[in-house]
Design a protein. Structure first.
Length: 134
């Protein structure tokens, strides 16, 4: 499960630290394993202009958060729910594997082989979803 790309995201994460001008901030915690994330998002004119996180947890949680931050910065807010739904399906071993050629998402899809670790991958994505309704 530890692809080189996931290890790179873990060792050199994107989006570490909360943006000073965050317009939305959400804290989520996985009580069963201890992973936690505080996600800060700057939303301006319908676009996520900046995103960052303070987090503690396992390699999969940190790598997934790094991928999240690298993918959503600059994204129109209206496109985010579809991306979250994509990652939800991507990480669910019971769902059909969505098509992608994106190396980050292909690496993240390894979690399908370890369903008990799915919550680690999804925690930051769930926080992002909550930030949209905050």
């Amino acid at each position: 499960m530890t692809s080189d790309l996931l290890i790179q995201h873990f060792k050199h994460p994107v989006g570490i630290g909360l943006p000073e001008a965050a317009t939305h901030e959400v804290h989520h915690r996985n009580h069963s394993c201890g992973d936690d994330v505080r996600l800060g998002v700057v939303m301006e004119d319908g676009v996520i202009t900046e995103i960052g996180a303070e987090l503690n947890g396992c390699m999969m949680h940190k790598a997934s958060t790094s991928i999240l931050c690298s993918k959503v910065a600059g994204m129109p807010i209206g496109d985010v729910p579809a991306l979250i739904a994509f990652v939800t399906a991507l990480s669910d071993s019971a769902a059909p594997m969505p098509e992608t050629t994106d190396p980050d998402f292909l690496a993240l899809a390894d979690i399908r082989n370890f369903p008990t670790r799915r919550a680690c991958v999804m925690l930051s994505w769930e926080a992002l979803a909550a930030s949209l309704t905050d």
